[in-house]
Ligand binder design. Structure first.
Ligand SMILES: Cc1cc2nc3c(=O)[nH]c(=O)nc-3n(C[C@H](O)[C@H](O)[C@H](O)COP(=O)(O)OP(=O)(O)OC[C@H]3O[C@@H](n4cnc5c(N)ncnc54)[C@H](O)[C@@H]3O)c2cc1C
Length: 422
């Protein structure tokens, strides 16, 4: 493997400061190297992401100009032995997803679609040759990737309903290839990705298989979805596939059916729990700062009991969510994480986050419905700290990677042994 990345810089990055929102000091679970990497990542987020997040959100644009730096920081590479620049735990990677989302839930999704969904599909489902070909390039940010599972007619029921088809045929020179037909919806990064993992049903055996579509491709058309009101900094696409030809060498060789795809989702759902947590942390930090600065009745609103109760509920939600997320990541490293463990974490954390962002938005009063930027307090404090963005973004995070309902039904099946999906 020719891929090299420097390890986290030691002199420029010391141990990471504890967050106020990390009430039980869970960050102490990270190793020294992980904490140094975290310091470096936070510096990047403070300088290059946080100040621009509201504007990108308003313009509905992904931070594509940051891909090279994201790659340099190892943010695409960390999960994979083939590409990571230092040994790291699933708790560290989850923590990083939380930090990204804490700064900007859209950039967390922009990165998560590429490194989580797409690269994990290749890491789980690819042959050794496919992993060697794609993972280093994707880790280095030479290409941007997307993951195409959801369809216009099938979101929660993709396991049984997937309509996109794949038909194998043999060319006159004896090589095999596949012809894909169908459509996809909500595909993050889909309008500009260089590589799209497309999930399609094999007409011969009815099994779901994964295909690496290199774009541009004849018959492949992607259109950006406009007028979204959540995660606006993620560019989602509608995709149409009309007789798109994919070589057998670009079919994910270790995917035999939806069960193998479920392994990918088990891993990424745990990361999405962390991402949901970051949405809550970002909102909590904004609301706390606002409550200390905003004066009503001659006092900071933070001094009122009802405001303190909201902050206490928000912090309790965050603390319980960190505990759940930490444990599900530890179980991943222990090799005992099952689908229902990830599902519970994703469902629980995203539900708590919905309550948290609502309380935090409420603390910010009228300024809580505005993106940040304007100094409405007259004291150099931007209005609402962009809390409206966290409030809106929580909705998409609650719904993608399995809705709250679907993840709850996965837990219900584990509890009772009875599948209640239909
Ligand atoms: C911002 C964003 C980014 C996304 N990125 C991607 C991506 O990169 N790639 C990708 O493939 N997909 C992506 N998605 C799609 C996402 O995974 C789906 O939206 C999600 O799985 C839900 O599917 P749906 O929207 O079709 O809702 P539906 O499945 O139609 O569900 C609608 C409602 O019905 C409920 N429901 C459905 N079935 C049941 C049942 N059996 N019992 C009880 N309730 C039920 C659901 O819980 C939900 O409340 C993204 C979505 C969003 C919003």
């Amino acid at each position: 493997m020719t891929f090299t990345l420097t390890p986290p810089r030691t002199e420029a990055s010391g141990p990471a400061d504890l967050l106020d929102a990390d009430f039980y000091a869970f960050q102490h679970l990270l190793t020294d190297a992980e904490q140094r990497a975290l310091t470096e990542i936070r510096a990047f987020l403070d300088a290059k992401v946080r100040p621009y997040a509201d504007d990108l959100w308003e313009r509905a644009e992904s931070p594509r100009h940051l891909v090279a730096r994201i790659a340099e920081l190892g943010l695409y590479a960390n999960a994979f032995p083939e590409t990571r620049r230092f040994e790291n735990s699933a708790v560290f990677r989850g923590w990083v997803a939380m930090e990204l989302s804490r700064a900007d839930p859209s950039i967390a999704t922009f990165i998560g679609v590429h490194s989580g969904l797409a690269m994990t599909s290749i890491a789980v489902g690819g042959s050794d040759e496919q992993k060697a070909e794609w993972l280093p390039k994707l880790a280095a940010g030479e290409l941007v990737a997307a993951f195409g599972l959801t369809e216009p007619g099938h979101g929660s029921d993709t396991a049984r309903g997937l309509e996109t088809t794949a038909e194998r045929r043999v060319r006159s020179d004896g090589t095999a290839e596949w012809v894909l037909n169908g459509s996809k919806r909500w595909i993050g990064n889909g309008a500009f990705a260089d590589l799209v993992v497309i999930w399609a049903r094999d007409l011969a055996d009815d099994q779901v298989k994964g295909f690496l579509v290199r774009t541009p491709a004849v018959g492949f058309a992607a259109t950006k979805i406009e007028r979204k009101q959540s995660l606006r900094g993620v560019e989602n696409a509608d995709i149409v596939l009309e007789n798109v030809v994919v070589a057998e060498a670009d079919r994910l060789q270790r995917i035999e059916g939806f069960r193998d795809l479920a392994v990918v989702l088990r891993l990424t759902r745990a990361d999405v729990a962390w991402q949901a947590l970051g949405v809550g942390v970002g909102a909590y930090e904004a609301a706390l700062a606002y409550a200390k600065a905003r004066i009503q009745f001659g006092k900071p609103i933070a001094s009122f009991q009802l405001v303190q109760e909201k902050l206490a509920v928000a912090l309790s939600n965050i603390t319980a969510s960190i505990a759940l997320s930490v444990r599900v990541s530890q179980m991943q490293d222990e090799g005992i994480q099952a689908d229902h463990h990830s599902a519970m974490a994703k469902a629980f954390v995203s539900a708590r986050v919905r309550e948290t962002v609502a309380l935090c938005r409420e603390i910010c009063g009228g300024n809580g419905i505005q993106l940040g930027g304007q100094d409405q307090l007259g004291a150099g404090i931007p209005a609402g700290y962009g809390i409206a963005r966290y409030f809106a973004d929580a909705e998409a995070v609650y719904t993608f990677e399995g809705t709250y309902d679907m993840n709850t039904l996965i837990v219900g099946r584990a509890i009772t042994g009875i599948a209640a999906f239909v």
